[in-house]
Design a protein around this ligand. Structure first.
Ligand code: ZN
Length: 118
């Protein structure tokens, strides 16, 4: 296998994020597959170590940063101390590394959560 060649593609169709496997050309819209970079057809994870999956969560006016937008880096399900703080949603989105896919908030998410990038 060619080194450094991507084995999957993250995209958006309509407003639905998906993951496309380059090995079998199978598309999946399942949030867990996208989160874990998993292909159900190949039965494998694309990333070598899915346990260190990084994601960014954007918060609107959280109690510790009133009136601000905050982007916090998570390692899988653990929050880190790495955060960006900006005044607007547009500005905070610019701090998110390129190549990530935006997942809209879930009904069950905390009200201060705007969206998650992974
Ligand atoms: Zn596959």
């Amino acid at each position: 296998m060619e080194k450094g060649k991507p084995r999957y593609y993250l995209g958006i169709e309509g407003d639905q994020p998906f993951i496309l496997c380059y090995s079998c050309n199978q598309k999946s819209f399942h949030p867990e597959d996208i989160k874990q970079r998993y292909c159900v057809t190949c039965h494998k994870f694309h990333d070598k170590d899915p346990a260190v999956l990084k994601l960014w969560t954007i918060y609107r006016h959280p109690s510790d940063h009133r009136g601000k937008y905050v982007a916090r880096l998570w390692l899988l399900d653990k929050p880190t101390d790495i955060i960006y703080i900006e005044d607007t949603l547009d500005e905070i989105r610019k701090t998110i590394p390129p190549g990530l896919v935006c997942m809209p908030r879930d009904e069950s998410d905390d009200p201060v959560i705007v969206e998650t990038w992974l």
